[in-house]
Write a protein that binds this ligand. Structure first.
Ligand SMILES: [Zn+2]
Length: 386
């Protein structure tokens, strides 16, 4: 497969100047006004690239979703390419001024959300600009979805992503690359549970025997959850938060747990959901309420996803990139499209490290070459046999 675009065709200087602006507009998921400020900017930039912009008003007090297309939407005979990106980050406003300023150090550039995933989102936009400007014969209509809420589970974006995926031949996710530039070919599924334990309060001194401790019951539940861990099968269950009690001298009435679980396949998912829901109360005077379930289904590499990977690896080799795949425990919006049986390739964003930490950085040199890789995938979209 011959590449139309090389790393040298990418205007890396313009991209890095643009990236700095994206990073400096801090966009924590729950700050809709700030997310929307970046949406404004990306929409204007996309229009200046000759792309078609559609904006969906935010729901649940979250920011707007932005859809950027190479051609106006509408029914067409041939399915296109879909790229998934998100504009929100996990970093609160002020991270830039305090713990993680924009900083260039040798090959690295640090900044909040730069690696997860403002660089990848920007790379998708520039790759589409390159591939769509004078489209080759194998270019297919391409859509980029910029979600506003990926970091909190894409609750308001999921339906829109699944809808766009119905028009897609394949899906590229520009989440960060892993472990030295690897792309992501499979991900664990992710689920969440909220557990609320209601006991009976009483005075810890004068009437201790009348109380039913919600904290004690919750402690039993935490250990029961922990016993469900099965790393060999890719099953992890973590009680991430616990909150309970009202005062030192009161047998506690309430205790609440937030639980995260990860599984490698749907069989594991069904088992874990069943097992967690079956954790009941050990005492008739204590009520245990368990709410939740699977949020992102497991992303298992299908035959067709493997073909998309092989195609990408060939394009990468011609750019001097060794494209390797990796299985990761973190979920992404690629989980939705892979579970809908669409060929999906993830981790096509920038190389770097430190996602969700104060050491978050990208490797500068990965931006132009991986932008060219994405542009070449789009440029050969019709030719790839899936
Ligand atoms: Zn991300």
């Amino acid at each position: 497969m011959k590449n139309r675009f090389d790393a040298e065709d990418v205007d890396a200087a313009a991209m890095l100047a643009e990236l700095r602006h994206w990073v400096e507009l801090e966009t924590p998921t729950l700050d809709a006004a700030r997310v929307n400020r970046l949406v404004d900017h990306v929409a204007t930039l996309a229009q200046s690239f000759g792309l078609v912009v559609e904006r969906l008003a935010g729901r649940d007090r979250l920011g707007d979703a932005l859809i950027v297309r190479s051609a106006p939407p509408g029914p067409r005979e041939e399915k296109g390419a879909l790229i998934l990106a998100h504009l929100d980050t996990v970093h609160p406003v002020g991270t830039l001024a305090d713990e993680l300023p924009w900083r260039e150090a040798g090959e690295r550039i640090y900044g909040p959300g730069i690696y997860d995933m403002k660089a990848g989102a920007l790379m998708a936009l520039y790759a589409l600009k390159m591939a769509a400007q004078q489209p080759g014969p194998d270019f297919l209509p391409t859509t980029i979805v910029f979600a506003p809420d990926e970091e909190t589970g894409s609750v308001t974006s999921k339906d829109m992503i699944v809808r766009e995926a119905e028009q897609a031949k394949f899906v590229l996710v520009v989440e960060p690359a892993r472990d030295g530039g690897k792309i992501v070919t499979a991900r664990k599924g992710v689920g969440v549970f909220d557990i609320h334990v209601k006991g009976r309060p009483s005075h810890a001194g004068s009437k201790p025997l009348e109380g039913r401790s919600a904290i004690k019951e919750a402690a039993r539940i935490v250990l029961a959850l922990d016993a469900l861990n099965d790393p060999a099968r890719g099953v992890t269950v973590t009680t991430g938060t616990i909150r309970g009690g009202s005062a030192r001298n009161v047998v506690p009435e309430h205790c609440a747990l937030q639980v995260d679980f990860r599984i490698a396949d749907m069989i594991g998912a069904d088992e874990i959901v069943k097992a967690i829901r079956a954790i009941g109360s050990s005492d008739p005077d204590i009520k245990v309420e368990i709410i939740g379930g699977l949020n992102r289904p497991p992303f298992v590499q299908s035959e067709r996803s493997k073909k998309l990977f092989d195609h990408t690896a060939r394009l990468g080799a011609a750019l001097g990139l060794t494209v390797e795949g990796v299985f990761t425990g973190g979920g992404s919006d690629g989980n939705f499209t892979a579970a809908a049986d669409l060929p999906t390739l993830d981790g096509l964003g920038a190389d770097g490290a430190g996602a969700h930490t104060h050491e978050e950085y990208i490797l500068k040199a990965s931006v132009p070459v991986r932008t060219a890789l994405i542009a070449n995938i789009l440029d050969t979209a019709r030719a790839v046999a899936l």
